[in-house]
Design a protein around this ligand. Structure first.
Ligand code: GLA
Length: 378
C-alpha cells in the first residue's frame, strides 16, 4: 500500500516527509463503557489507513483520497469545523491542533479499512494525520495529547464519542489486547489467545454514521441516570460506584435502569474475559460475547434486527464460540470468536442465509492484534 500512495504523492506534490501507518481497531468486549468511566478490551488491527504527508509553500491544505480518486484544496489558515465530506477529518484535526503555520500541508492517503463498518476508519484517519503533523512539525506532542486532540477533532463533527478508538489506535501492541480503564486511564496488556483461536469481523453491510444514530442520546441518558443516582447517594460519582441494587432502588425511569444495568454488567464481563485470557480458558470467552450482545440488543438497544439474526446464525456453526455487535452499533460489524479457522464453505453458508434473510451482502475479515500508529521518515 505504501508504495502506491508514495508514488501518487510524488506525482502530485513535492517533499514527502513522513509515512504514517494508522490501524483500525477491534474491541473484544466492553461496549459503550468508555464514556461511562468503564473498562474496555480493544486491540489495533492490521487493516489500516496509510498516509504520506509533506509540506508545501503555498499555505494550502491539499488532500488526495487515493481510494476515491478525489482531490480537495483549502486555505490552511482559514479552516473551520466541518460536518460533511471526507476532508472534514483533516480539517477538524487542523482546527483542533490550532497551529500558526507559515507553510501548507500535502496529504495522500488510502487503505483497506472498511468505511462505516464500525472499525474506526474515521479515527484512523484523524489520529494518523495528527501523528504525521506532530512528526513533520516536531511538535513534541505525547500520545495522550494527540488522543485528546483527535477526540476534539472528531467531536467537532457532532459525535459525543468516548476515546477508546483513539487510545487503541495510538497504544496498540502486537499480539496484545489492551485493558483500558477509563476511571484512571491506565492500560494493561494481555496476550491474545493462542493460534488455535481466531477473531473475525463480519461486516453486516449496514453502514452507520454514528452522528446520525442515537449514540449521543445513549450517552446523555447515562449522564442523567448518574445524576439521579448521585442525588440519592452523594458517594456515587461514576457507574463504578453503583450496584445493581442501587439501580433498582434509586432509579425510577425504566430506560435509565436498562442502560445502567448494561454498563455495570458489561464492566464485569470485561473482567471475566480478562480472567479467561490470563488462565487461557478461552472457551469461556464465547458465552461472555453472547451475553454482551444480548445486553447491547435488549438493554442498551444499539443493535439491529439484521445483526441480531447474524449473531444467532453464527451460533449454528460449531467453530464459532460467540459473537456480538461491535463498536457504536446501529449497523457495522460483529466480532466473532472461533476455535479453528472458518472455512470458505462455512462462511459462504452464513453469507447465503444472511442474504436471504436481510438482502444484505456480508463480508469477512480475519483480524489480529497489531502495533498502534507508526511514523517513518520518507
Ligand atoms: C464508538 C465510539 C467509542 C465507543 C464505542 C462503543 O466506536 O467512538 O468511543 O463509545 O462506539 O463502545
Amino acid at each position: 500500500m505504501k508504495n502506491s500512495i508514495l508514488k501518487e504523492y510524488n506525482s502530485r506534490f513535492k517533499k514527502a516527509m513522513v509515512y504514517v501507518k494508522s490501524p483500525g481497531r477491534a474491541n473484544i468486549i466492553g461496549e459503550h463503557t468508555d464514556y461511562n468511566h468503564g473498562l474496555v478490551l480493544p486491540f489495533a488491527i492490521e487493516q489500516r489507513i496509510d498516509l504520506i504527508i509533506g509540506q508545501n509553500k503555498s499555505g494550502a491544505l491539499r488532500l488526495f483520497a487515493k481510494d476515491l480518486d478525489e482531490y480537495v484544496e483549502w486555505n490552511a489558515n482559514q479552516l473551520k469545523f466541518m460536518d460533511k465530506g471526507w476532508s472534514r477529518y483533516f480539517i477538524n484535526a487542523m482546527v483542533a491542533l490550532n497551529l500558526d503555520l507559515s507553510v501548507g500541508v500535502d496529504v495522500v492517503f488510502g487503505g483497506n479499512l472498511p468505511q462505516g463498518g464500525g472499525v474506526s476508519s474515521s479515527s484512523a484517519i484523524t489520529c494518523g494525520f495528527i501523528a504525521g503533523i506532530n512528526f513533520i512539525f516536531k511538535l513534541g506532542l505525547s500520545d495522550e495529547e494527540m488522543i485528546k486532540l483527535a477526540s476534539q477533532a472528531e467531536n467537532g463533527i457532532g459525535l459525543d464519542g468516548g476515546i477508546m478508538d483513539q487510545t487503541s489506535i495510538f497504544k496498540g501492541v502486537k499480539g496484545k489486547a489492551l485493558k483500558i480503564d477509563f476511571l484512571d486511564h491506565t492500560i494493561e496488556q494481555y496476550d491474545m489467545p493462542t493460534s488455535e483461536f481466531s477473531f473475525y469481523l463480519l461486516n453486516s453491510g449496514q453502514k452507520h454514521n454514528l452522528v446520525e444514530t442515537e449514540y449521543n442520546q445513549r450517552r446523555a441518558t447515562c449522564n442523567k441516570a448518574l445524576k439521579s443516582l448521585n442525588k440519592s447517594n452523594s458517594t456515587i460519582h461514576t457507574f463504578r460506584d453503583v450496584s445493581l441494587d442501587d439501580i433498582q432502588t434509586k432509579l425510577i425511569d425504566p430506560i435509565e435502569q436498562k442502560r445502567s444495568i448494561h454498563i455495570i454488567q458489561e464492566n464485569e464481563r470485561v473482567k471475566h474475559v480478562i480472567g479467561a485470557l490470563r488462565t487461557k480458558d478461552y472457551h469461556k470467552i464465547g458465552p461472555l460475547l453472547l451475553e454482551s450482545h444480548t445486553s447491547l440488543s435488549k438493554l442498551y438497544e444499539v443493535s439491529t434486527q439484521e445483526i441480531d439474526y447474524l449473531v444467532q446464525r453464527c451460533q449454528e456453526e460449531s467453530k464459532i464460540l460467540g459473537s456480538r455487535i461491535m463498536g457504536g452499533g446501529f449497523g457495522g460489524c460483529t466480532i466473532c470468536f472461533t476455535n479453528g479457522k472458518l472455512s470458505k464453505k462455512e462462511f459462504n453458508g452464513i453469507q447465503k442465509d444472511y442474504m436471504i434473510k436481510t438482502g444484505l451482502h456480508l463480508t469477512i475479515l480475519e483480524i489480529s492484534a497489531c502495533q498502534g500508529i507508526q511514523c517513518f521518515p520518507v
